[in-house]
Write a protein that binds this ligand. Structure first.
Ligand code: ZN
Length: 375
């Protein structure tokens, strides 16, 4: 055991010495291997598919899964399948009532997580730093692994769903950057907890970033409780609390406005260390993580670039999209012009002309010219 730990320790040091890009590549390769193992294991329960099958076919699928799962695992029965399906239905209803569709707010992720994950986040994880900008408003965070883990880092990727709206218009301000960072997102983590417990939950909720998970977590999370691992939770804290990250988001929006199709950009080691240091100095790090029972979506966020189709996509504080504002302006101008035409018609009416003194006539003319100029 001692030798094995030593090898792992050396490996950790070697990884720590790599560039940020190489570190992210190590994580990606690790995830690819895990995915391959998973496919080869042959014991994945694609519940959505299994439910549509005839009873005899279901038995066949279950037999296959049970053989592949090994002797130590309890066998799955058709009754189990019904229970699992019920859990999936309930979860779908839960997300519906939380208005989570195709994106979830970071605050909701914190509010709905398991206490044990929050505790692990508080005690084991202390840095999450934006390491790479991908296209379409995706940021990959490099998060430290816990001291007892054999990994040095994990990668959490977050897709900001209001990013597109932000690069299309409006003044770039702290308020706008916060609305994007704290607005609806999709996320993913490469760790085992996310893979085996939560990726399926995220898929059902429509907030899985990247590859969806169709295999039901039948062994580890059959009741489908919780939402996020400790790494994702640390990132959610940064999104909702960190002024340094707000500044980063402002810069990212500005950069994308200048060049909407840049290549993915990985940060240098110095940059990333500076940003990590800056975030670690922020006061919120010293406070305990709090969950709010009644705040699925913060009220002031529902209007800001809401991805909820029934509420128009809008600029924070204005309640209108850039195109809606342009339309409203054009409508107001058209209404104004119509009023001016009407007054002119009246003024050309001989009866009215006779009853209007030259002074009043001159005043009206002056007002009309002002109205035409739009003042
Ligand atoms: Zn994780």
């Amino acid at each position: 055991m001692a030798t094995r730990n030593k090898v792992v320790a050396e490996n950790k040091e070697a990884i720590a010495a790599l560039t940020v890009k190489q570190q992210l590549d190590v994580i990606a390769a690790r995830e690819k291997r895990a995915e391959q193992e998973r496919v080869e294991a042959g014991n994945i329960l694609a519940l959505g598919n299994a439910l549509g099958l005839k009873p005899t076919q279901v038995e066949e699928v279950l037999a296959k899964i049970n053989i592949a799962s090994g002797v130590m695992t309890e066998e799955l029965t058709r009754d189990d399948l019904q229970h699992l399906a019920k859990a999936m239905d309930e979860l779908q209803d839960k997300f519906k009532s939380m208005q989570v569709r195709g994106g979830i707010h970071p605050r909701t992720v914190i509010n709905k997580s398991r206490k044990v994950d929050l505790l692990r986040c508080e005690t084991e994880i202390n840095t999450a730093v934006a390491a790479r900008r991908d296209k379409e408003g995706v940021v990959v965070f490099r998060v430290n692994a816990s001291a007892k883990s054999k990994q040095t880092h994990h990668a959490v990727s977050v897709q900001f769903l209001d990013f597109q709206a932000a690069i299309s218009g409006g003044r770039i301000s702290n308020k706008m950057a916060e609305a994007v960072a704290r607005g609806p997102i999709r996320f993913d983590c490469d760790c085992g907890r996310h893979r085996f417990w939560y990726r399926y939950v995220a898929t059902v909720g429509g907030f899985a970033q990247g590859k969806p998970e169709t295999g039901f977590p039948k062994i580890r999370n059959p009741k489908l409780g919780g939402i996020a691992c400790k790494h994702v939770l640390r990132v959610m804290l940064v999104l909702t609390k960190s002024p340094a990250f707000t500044a980063y988001m402002k810069q990212y929006i500005a950069q994308m406005r200048g060049n909407p199709t840049p290549k993915a950009k990985t940060m240098g080691k110095k940059q990333i260390e500076q940003l990590a240091e800056q975030i670690s100095q922020e006061a919120w790090n010293k406070k305990r993580i709090r969950q709010h029972a009644n705040a699925a979506v913060p009220a002031d966020m529902t209007d800001a670039f809401s991805s909820n189709r029934r509420k128009a996509k809008s600029i924070a504080g204005v309640g209108m999209t850039p195109s809606e504002i342009a339309k409203a302006k054009a409508q107001a101008k058209a209404a104004n012009m119509e009023a001016i035409r009407e007054i002119n018609r009246q003024l050309n009416n001989p009866e009215i002309q006779q009853n209007t003194t030259p002074e009043v006539f001159a005043q009206i003319q002056k007002l009309l010219e002002g109205a035409k100029r739009g003042s």
